[in-house]
Unconditional design. Structure first.
Ligand code: PLP
Length: 366
């Protein structure tokens, strides 16, 4: 029976950081509606104000530019809401792609990096908004956002950047980049699920699709999730130095012989998208789980079903090969022991199943 377990699926959700848990427990005990003028209300408001400063500091924004939401999905949805002509990258998260079904897709190259020449050509259609993520959730590949902003500005378009996977892992600077809308999610950086933010650069319009109270300066109606927001703020502060896990990723990639997708591109320090030739991702995920390691199929979706990865497909990976890719993602509490457990389990599976599968396939083909 396996007792020790290594969680290497931080891009799906990262365990709650102790500072976030403390802030949440404190806020839950204290209660209070931040819109109330009495003492408990003012204390709840103070918690939100503190979290707003903490989240703003993480991404080089002003506190007033932070609009708290129910997560990254809602942040992406409201950023895109109200824009008619939109360009999105081909590798965006579903919460972007499905929010603007008619959007034109900007292609990526074989390394998963946005094709800037294609973007430049597509900008002649005069879109009102360009949406490109900071870093991809499956491959970790970092996109040339400063270049995207430069090109979009020249053609008069605003820029939305989904930084859900980047914030807290690598430096993100709203004003340095000149991005207009930036999406964040607390649970990807050690905060709670169900809370996030859309950071809107001062002076940039935001079309709300919610009506009700005047919360979040009339930009997002509804009584705030005070405990969740307090936890988000604490997690944002705790992750300000980013993730120092590049050595773990290097150990993984030097030890496992599968193909690493996006290997030649700048990537998040915590993410490896890797194939095990001949073995379906689902088989790998289940076998590794039994061996005490949590990873995900690169394309795990909300239904729990594994679909072929649209990201790898956009990168030109053959469908049969894309089905053999898993995502390994480290986080704030990952240690070398976790990586050694993964390597032993992966190599064991490859020896038992992978090679025998390949050999029998070759035999059948002969
Ligand atoms: N954007 C990216 C790149 C993501 O990886 C995710 C979650 O997987 C989201 C948005 C959605 O965030 P949330 O789970 O907070 O709705």
């Amino acid at each position: 029976m396996v007792t020790a377990y290594s969680y290497l699926d931080h891009n799906a959700t990262s365990p709650l950081r102790p500072a976030a848990l403390d802030a949440m427990v404190e806020a839950l005990h204290a209660g209070g509606n931040p819109s109330s003028v009495h003492r408990p209300g003012r204390a709840a408001r103070a918690r939100i104000d503190k979290a707003r400063r903490q989240v703003a500091a993480l991404v080089g924004a002003l506190p007033g530019e932070v609009v708290f939401t129910s997560g990254g999905t809602e942040a992406n949805n409201i950023a895109l809401h109200g824009h008619q002509r939109v360009l999105v990258s081909a590798i965006e998260h579903e919460s972007v792609l499905k929010a603007v079904p008619g959007a034109a897709c900007i292609p990526v190259d074989g390394n998963g990096v946005l094709d800037l020449a294609a973007l430049e050509r597509m900008l002649t259609s005069k879109p009102s908004l360009v949406s490109v993520m900071f870093a991809n959730n499956e491959t970790g590949v970092i996109q040339p956002i400063a270049e995207v902003v430069r090109l979009a500005r020249a053609s008069g378009a605003l820029v939305h950047c989904d930084a859900v996977q980047a914030a807290g892992k690598v430096p993100v600077d709203l004003h340095g980049l000149g991005v207009d809308y930036l999406s964040l999610s607390a649970h990807k950086l050690g905060g709670p699920t169900g809370v996030g933010a859309l950071v809107v650069r001062e002076g940039v319009p935001l079309v709300t699709d919610r009506f009700g109270g005047g919360q979040e300066s009339y930009r997002r109606a509804g009584t705030e999730n005070v405990a969740g927001i307090a936890g988000f703020g604490a997690a944002a502060e705790a992750s300000r130095d980013g993730l120092d896990v590049a050595a773990l990723r290097e150990r993984i990639e030097a030890s496992l012989p599968g193909r690493v997708y996006g290997a030649a591109a700048p990537r998040l320090p915590n993410t490896t998208c890797l194939s095990m030739p001949g073995v379906k991702a689902e088989t790998q995920v289940m076998a590794l789980d039994l061996a005490g390691v949590a990873v995900s199929a690169g394309s795990a979706c909300s239904s729990g079903k594994v679909n072929r990865s649209a990201v790898l497909t956009a990168m030109g990976v053959e469908p049969a090969e894309a089905e053999t890719a898993i995502r390994i993602s480290c986080g704030w509490n990952t240690v070398f022991e976790d990586i050694e457990r993964l390597i032993t389990a992966w190599q064991g599976l490859y020896t038992r199943v992978g090679r025998s599968d390949i050999t029998s396939a070759a035999r059948r083909a002969a």
